[in-house]
Design a protein around this ligand. Structure first.
Ligand SMILES: [Zn+2]
Length: 465
């Protein structure tokens, strides 16, 4: 099989009868039994070239679709699925029925959302805003208003703010990481994190997923001088002693015209929706209305942190390294190779913990990444570390050990640049297997350790010179 067959697929999903029964379903973590139908979602492979398959049971993938957002890719027809033609008529009928039910569910969801949005906008008499927020459904990655998710404490903006405050209050890097680890492992109530981990990471790293607002500090000051009925000069004067978030918080607390809420009820979804819509509002009048409506639900502290999100700086002296190392021991390594939060979470995050567990320790969490390369000690031929740096990191993430040059005698495998060698690698013991990088790529793509033999380097001595 060539590399192209493994990594390049046109369609976003793929279906087949499981040949071996070794792949694990990404949703329920049970094996996809040999002979059963299984469906893969194709995701960007963490090293940036092409796609890789994540397998699911048929019923599991459709359950997953129902929980995801409107804008996340799902199977909407047989045209989305590679391998469709090879299915039996019974299997086709079964899957088509599931597609139909799923499409129906999303249609109902969308209609509820649209009627809710246009109603609330009509009440305020702002047809222009209503047009923009309706559009948002098809363009942006804004959340659906899933009440169950939103009402969980782990999705409260107040929880988010408290974590940010705790992180900014400690100095050491490890202390910051351990605060993130605690929330992602235990959640706010100690029984396991049940929030939207993707959205948490997105909001914790406003400088990584950078939204563009049509609002510099100068415009913010002008806007809030109008909202609070104070002069721009008085805001500027206060700003000399603090950051713009804190200054606006101060004026919100003092304001008679526009009073802050006493108790925070915002969810992270509402904050995300607010910010996403704000990116679509270049005009000051629209921005003003948008802020005024939103501030009715805000405490002064809420607004401070929202302003800091707009400024892409939560002022907690922590970035991707701290957040991801708190999430999972391998997450930051993977982030460095792909720079994509979604891929990191798809690879590292197992989802909410099982009910019977009260606490998930670091070691238990680690098991969620399979150790395909357990007990494999890899010696790298000259040039390999530079040429295949990303795949070597992936090898390590999946449990392998890379030897230092001086440890060559321990090698179980040797990784070569080319599939043919003309000189023996005398440094390594004769039992070591000599393989090419495709062995690692295929193991990752097929989610099981591949037999080394098809990937063995050929020995072709050259007698010239
Ligand atoms: Zn499953």
């Amino acid at each position: 099989m060539s590399e192209d067959d493994n990594f390049i697929q046109e369609k976003p999903f793929s279906v087949e009868i499981a040949k071996q029964g070794r792949a694990v379903c990404k949703k329920c973590r049970q094996k996809c039994v040999q002979g059963d139908l299984r469906i893969a979602k194709l995701i960007p492979n963490p090293c940036g070239s092409g796609k890789m398959k994540t397998w699911h049971h048929v019923s599991c993938i459709f359950e997953m679709f129902l929980k995801q957002r409107q804008t996340t890719k799902r199977i909407e027809g047989s045209h989305d699925v590679e391998g469709w033609e090879l299915l039996s008529n019974d299997d086709k009928a079964d899957i088509l029925k599931k597609i139909k039910e799923c499409n129906k569910a999303f249609e109902v969801k969308l209609q509820n959302k649209l009627s809710k949005k246009s109603k609330s906008s009509n009440n305020k008499g702002k047809p222009q805003l209503s047009f923009i927020s309706l559009n948002e459904d098809s363009v942006s990655v804004s959340s659906d208003t899933n009440i169950k998710d939103g009402s969980h404490k782990d999705n409260c903006f107040r929880e988010f703010r408290m974590i940010v405050a705790n992180v900014s209050n400690v100095n050491g890097s490890n202390e910051k990481i351990s605060i993130f680890h605690d929330i992602f492992a235990k959640g706010s109530d100690g029984t396991g994190f049940k929030g939207d981990v993707m959205l948490w990471c997105k909001l914790l790293l406003p400088a990584v997923i950078k939204r563009v607002f049509h609002l510099q500090t100068k415009q913010l000051i002008k806007l809030f001088s109008k909202i609070f009925h104070v002069t721009e000069e008085s805001i500027m004067e206060h700003l000399d002693q603090s950051d713009v978030g804190q200054t606006i918080q101060y004026f919100f607390e003092q304001s008679k015209k526009c009073k802050p809420q006493k108790k925070s009820t915002l969810t992270i979804y509402e904050v995300d929706d607010f910010l996403e819509t704000l990116t679509n509002l270049p005009k000051e009048d629209d921005q003003l209305q948008h802020f005024k409506a939103f501030m009715k639900k805000c405490t002064a502290n809420d607004l401070k942190v929202v302003i800091r999100l707009i400024k892409h700086d939560l002022r907690m002296n922590a970035g991707a390294k701290h957040v991801f190392e708190g999430l999972h021991p391998d997450a930051y390594q993977i982030f460095k190779t792909c720079r994509d939060i979604k891929t990191v979470i798809n690879t590292c995050w197992e989802g909410p913990p099982k009910k019977e567990k009260t606490e998930i320790g670091l070691n238990e969490k680690r098991k969620s990444i399979p150790n395909y390369f357990d007990n494999i000690k890899l010696y790298l031929e000259d040039g390999v570390p530079e040429r295949h740096a990303e795949w070597v990191r992936y090898f390590i993430a999946y449990g392998g050990t890379v030897l230092k040059p001086s440890e060559h005698e321990q090698a179980t495998h040797v990784l070569h640049l080319k599939d043919t060698i003309s000189e023996p690698t005398i440094k390594c013991v004769s039992s070591a297997r000599h393989v090419i990088v495709e062995w690692i790529k295929d193991t990752v793509a097929k989610e099981s350790l591949q037999d080394y033999r098809p990937y063995t380097v050929r020995w072709k001595p050259s007698y010239k010179g």
